[in-house]
Design a protein. Structure first.
Length: 145
C-alpha cells in the first residue's frame, strides 16, 4: 500500500493572524470565545493545522488499515457555514455522559467527530466546555502522551 501524504499538519502560521483574517466579524468573535475555552480546558497554546484548523496538542494514530499520522488532540475551525468543533468520534464508556451533554447543548448538528454550531448564541457555552473537556480527557486516556 502506497504511503499517503497527510495534508493537515501543524504549521507555523500564527493563530491570531488566522482569526483576524476570518471574514465575518461574528465568526471572529466566536473564534476568540472557542479559543479561550480550549486554552482553559487543555492548558495549551494553539497551533494552526493545515490552512483552517486551530488545534491543541497532538497525538499519533494508526488505523487498522495501517494508515497512520499525527493530528491535534482538540480543535476547531471557524468556517463560514458553521463553527466546527472537533470532538472524539466515540466517547466509549462515557457515551451516556456525552449524550446527556449533547441533549443540553442547544441547537447543533453532529457528524462522526465534528460538532457544527451555526451561532454560539444557540448553545449553552458551559455545556460546550464540558463536552470539550470530556473529549480532551478521553483523548488523553486513549492516546497517552
Amino acid at each position: 500500500m502506497a504511503k499517503v501524504e497527510i495534508k493537515t499538519k501543524a504549521t507555523e502560521v500564527p493563530v491570531a493572524d488566522f482569526i483576524a483574517a476570518v471574514p465575518a466579524a461574528r465568526r471572529r468573535e466566536e473564534a476568540d470565545v472557542i479559543d479561550a475555552m480550549h486554552r482553559r480546558v487543555t492548558g495549551l497554546e494553539p497551533k494552526m493545522w493545515g490552512p483552517s484548523i486551530i488545534g491543541y496538542g497532538s497525538y499519533d494514530y494508526v488505523y487498522d488499515s495501517g494508515h497512520s499520522g499525527t493530528f491535534c488532540r482538540a480543535g476547531f475551525s471557524p468556517r463560514k457555514a458553521a463553527m466546527t468543533v472537533y470532538l472524539m468520534s466515540h466517547f466509549h464508556d462515557r457515551q451516556a455522559e456525552a449524550d446527556a451533554l449533547f441533549a443540553q447543548l442547544g441547537k447543533h448538528k453532529m457528524s462522526k467527530s465534528c460538532l457544527y454550531i451555526n451561532k454560539l448564541a444557540d448553545v449553552d457555552l458551559d455545556v460546550l466546555e464540558k463536552l470539550v473537556a470530556l473529549s480532551w480527557d478521553i483523548m488523553n486516556e486513549r492516546y497517552p502522551g
